[in-house]
Ligand binder design. Structure first.
Ligand code: ZN
Length: 381
């Protein structure tokens, strides 16, 4: 296997570059690193920096590559640590030459340079892989680390990947035209799991550690590494985010932090309009855990302040149920997975003074439960 100038060598990590486009006589290259195992197996790509200001994924890849021992690998990993080095230099999300969002240019007709880059990546990398992982950061909001899948994922493979990755939160969304994950699925039926690490322009080392563990999990799941999956006791599939929207323009004071447990009626934010001197207080509608918070302190009417994964208590406080989300329980004494406590759930339980029992199910059963949550098409990948 060869990607650009990077030739895979069994048992070794090799590097090179891939020419993705030529723009006004300038050759545009991105770095490529391949870790190739001595044993055969699946080929996977892990990419980051598609949006030039999203730096956590770049750091995740750097750390992950240092931990990979190619002698123990079955198959190959293609690392694309920075897909948009030109945007990175300008601290910008976009490809600076045509000001486009590269993640809206895949499998879309167009002649400017971003479309060319997208076509090259699909042909030279994505098409050659069994699956991929694309690392991102939130744009206007800081987010808890999570994976994203499409509601339209008919074969269910993305859902399995997100489960195996082991993020506590999995967000289901519609997916937009031109996204790499949407295009790779539509064109080649190759699943690409989108991972949100944190927030653009800010490094979160606590989050990158969680994502490193997820990458290891997914390689174990794909048979590239030996080992057991390390999953949280419970995972939450969010149907939507419950966003709190600002009713006025002003200066935003957020009174909680990402991952905090909040009680019903707790003050979560204040917005002060310096022109009218009006202040609005925002309170939590239910108990929950803060899932995302706005980065900028200036806010317009209708913009998102933060979002909370809410829970409600059922049947005389005996059971805590997530709202707008489905909860998947993982097993306790498995052979194929080990479980760790769920940070999110532990936070909210400690706030409410509750505890919970872990219910054990096998990985197979877990996946079957997942099937119940989603409508599955017959043509399995
Ligand atoms: Zn992004």
């Amino acid at each position: 296997m060869k990607i650009g100038t990077c030739k895979a060598v069994a048992g070794k990590i090799t590097s090179g570059s891939l020419t993705v486009a030529v723009h006004q006589g300038k050759i545009l290259k991105i770095p490529v690193i391949i870790a190739k195992g001595e044993e055969s197996g699946k080929t996977v790509f892990i990419s980051a920096g598609m949006h030039g200001d999203e730096i956590n994924g770049i750091e995740v890849i750097r750390n992950f590559m240092q931990r990979i021992n190619p002698a123990k690998l079955h198959g190959a990993i293609i690392f694309l640590p920075i897909l948009n080095p030109w945007g990175f230099k300008k601290k910008s999300r976009y490809i600076p030459f045509d000001k486009k969002d590269l993640n809206r240019c895949f499998n879309v007709k167009g002649n400017s340079v971003s479309y060319k880059i997208a076509r090259t990546l699909m042909k030279e990398v994505v098409k050659k892989c069994d699956f991929g992982i694309d690392l991102h950061d939130g744009r206007t909001n800081l987010l808890l680390p999570h994976t994203r899948i499409f509601k339209k994922d008919k074969c269910g493979y993305l859902k399995e990947l997100s489960h195996a990755f082991g993020s506590e939160i999995i967000l289901q969304r519609e997916g937009e035209k031109g996204m790499m994950a949407v295009a790779s699925f539509n064109l080649y039926k190759i699943p690409v799991l989108t991972v949100e690490v944190g927030g653009a322009l800010i490094l979160r080392e606590d989050f990158t550690d969680q994502v490193l563990s997820g990458l290891k999990n997914i390689l174990i799941y794909g048979g590239l590494l030996n080992g057991v999956l390390d999953l949280p006791v419970r995972q939450f599939f969010l149907d939507d985010r419950l966003g709190y929207i600002s009713p006025i323009q002003g200066i935003l004071h957020i009174e909680v932090e990402l991952g905090d447990a909040v009680n019903k009626e707790q003050l979560i934010a204040r917005i002060h309009n310096p022109i009218t001197d009006r202040e609005i207080k925002i309170k939590s509608k239910n108990p929950g855990v803060v899932f995302s918070v706005r980065r900028d302190a200036i806010i317009n009417r209708g913009e998102s302040i933060l979002s909370i994964l809410h829970f409600k208590l059922e049947k005389g406080r005996s059971e805590l149920v997530p709202m707008q989300a489905k909860m998947l329980m993982n097993m306790t004494k498995p052979e194929e997975i080990i479980t760790r406590p769920t940070i999110l759930l532990d936070n909210i339980l400690s706030l409410l003074g509750l505890s919970y029992k872990v219910v054990g199910v096998s990985l197979k059963e877990s996946l079957k439960r997942l099937d119940e949550y989603f409508t599955l098409a017959k043509n399995k990948h």
